[in-house]
Design a binder for this molecule. Structure first.
Ligand SMILES: CC(C)(COP(=O)(O)OP(=O)(O)OC[C@H]1O[C@@H](n2cnc3c(N)ncnc32)[C@H](O)[C@@H]1OP(=O)(O)O)[C@@H](O)C(=O)NCCC(=O)NCCS
Length: 415
């Protein structure tokens, strides 16, 4: 076994000569147990597609002779890992209008760290339990350290024993967060959005301002949020406010909005995963496929009934990812529901099968997110490891040991 591993060469993925062989491994790894449904991902000829939008990324392959037997992807970026109070001096008017007084106020400011993420680790079923997965992870972590990353994390299903054991038992990762992936199908009818809510599309710069002002202390918030919002896959940022408070035609900009916000509001951005990869459910019986089709036919014929029809998951379908959810006020959940109704209709217009999102398990706005339990994942397990000891900002201590916040920022580039 040791000799076998010595024959495995780990090197950087070469798109010119490796693409087809990598796709072949991807395919055999996707095959689920016979007779059961399996989810097939089509990376559309670009095996790096799920990391290439990050500031730094790498894909490695494990090669044995002429055969590619495994691969791993990784990326690095700077994110918020905590917050600290900073004293800021501020001129403020005292009751005496003629004299300005200098007042010191405490403001929460983000503490950032360089974070690495591992995804898409695969080893051919015929070459498992030989140490190849471990070798790929170690080599990827070397690259993370060489590039100054302080933490590394992975997301996996908590029932994926092989993956959980590999990372926690053998590589020193520990359970960190368990956000929920919430998935809603796109029906054949349009969803009604409450008439009491106005939805305003923000420009990328207005969205950036709002996110930096309000969400930069949320953990995992990316410091390069501007490159996320300006990416061609970002379909826009949408703000929901009670009708009669703000209007698209007289929108004064995020700065003025935040200095005089309505009592309740909510914000959400949409990312187009459909142009990156598609999904397909394989292994469904003819009966299931026919039933699903029937629901769509009825829904299309009688859209006013608002039937929860099942999309065509049995052919490749794309999806949108809703990210950057936030907001406040007693009607924040209602605003969120309106935004997701709007996002549903956008996805329908663009021919998507589902709208997915991922939020912290404690997210107060999650009650406004429509989803089907059978398509969702209540606990997506995120495991994290501290790579370096010379931590850049001692004020928040070891992030891996910190308690979760109410919200988490899930970067659409990594979904
Ligand atoms: C997870 C995966 C990459 C592991 O690859 P691998 O080359 O077989 O892993 P290794 O041989 O390096 O195993 C290292 C350790 O992981 C754990 N492990 C690996 N496979 C396991 C299994 N089937 N059951 C339990 N533990 C397992 C063990 O602790 C193992 O050490 P050991 O062999 O000394 O007991 C492989 O099973 C795979 O491709 N699975 C499908 C895709 C997937 O789930 N990827 C992970 C998503 S992040």
């Amino acid at each position: 076994m040791g000799e076998g591993l010595a024959a495995v060469v780990v090197r950087e993925f070469d798109p010119n000569k490796d693409r087809e062989r990598v796709e072949a491994v991807e395919k055999i790894c996707e095959v689920g147990p016979s007779g059961k449904l399996s989810l097939f991902t089509d990376l559309r000829g670009d095996p790096i597609c799920r990391v290439r939008h990050s500031p730094a990324f790498l894909m490695l392959v494990a090669e044995m002779g002429d055969e590619i037997v495994g691969m791993i992807r990784g990326c690095i970026k700077t994110v918020t890992c905590g917050k600290k109070l900073s004293r800021v001096g501020k001129n403020s008017h005292s009751s005496n209008k003629n004299s300005d007084t200098f007042q010191a106020t405490a403001k929460a400011v983000p503490v950032c760290t360089k974070l690495a993420y591992i995804l898409g680790l695969r080893v051919s079923p015929s070459h498992r339990r030989m140490g190849i997965g471990l070798k790929l992870v170690h080599r990827m972590e070397d690259w993370f350290r060489d590039n100054g990353a302080e933490y590394s994390y992975i997301a996996t299903e908590n029932d994926n024993l092989a993956s959980v054991n590999l990372f926690t038992d053998k590589c020193g990762y520990s359970n960190f967060r368990t956000p929920s992936i919430l998935v809603n199908p796109v029906f054949a009818h349009r969803v009604e959005v409450s008439k009491k809510v106005t939805i305003i599309q923000l420009s990328a710069s207005d969205a950036e301002y709002l996110y930096r002002r309000r969400f930069s202390t949320t953990e995992f918030f990316p410091r390069d949020i501007d490159s996320v919002l300006n990416n061609k896959l970002s379909l826009g940022t949408f703000l929901a406010v009670p009708r009669g408070t703000y209007h698209p035609e007289t929108w004064p900009g995020s700065d003025r909005f935040l200095s005089d916000p309505p009592q309740s509001w909510s914000v959400l951005s949409v990312w187009n995963c459909m142009d990156v990869f598609t999904l397909e459910i394989r292994g469904a019986s003819l009966i299931k496929r026919t039933l699903a089709k029937t629901t769509r036919i009825v829904d299309r014929a009688l859209p006013w009934l608002q039937l929860p029809s099942i999309p065509d998951f049995f052919r490749p379908f794309g999806f949108h990812f809703a990210y950057g959810l936030g907001g406040e006020g007693p009607q924040g959940v209602k605003m969120t529901k309106a935004l997701f109704g709007f996002a549903h209709n956008l996805a329908k217009e663009r021919g998507c099968g589902v709208v997915a999102t991922e939020v912290s398990s404690g997210e107060p706005l999650r009650f406004g997110i429509p989803h089907w339990k059978m398509l969702s994942c209540a606990e997506d397990l995120w495991c994290m490891k501290r790579l370096g000891e010379d931590y850049s900002d001692g004020s928040v201590g070891d992030w891996t040991k910190s308690p979760p916040g109410l919200s988490i920022f899930v970067d659409p580039r990594e979904f």
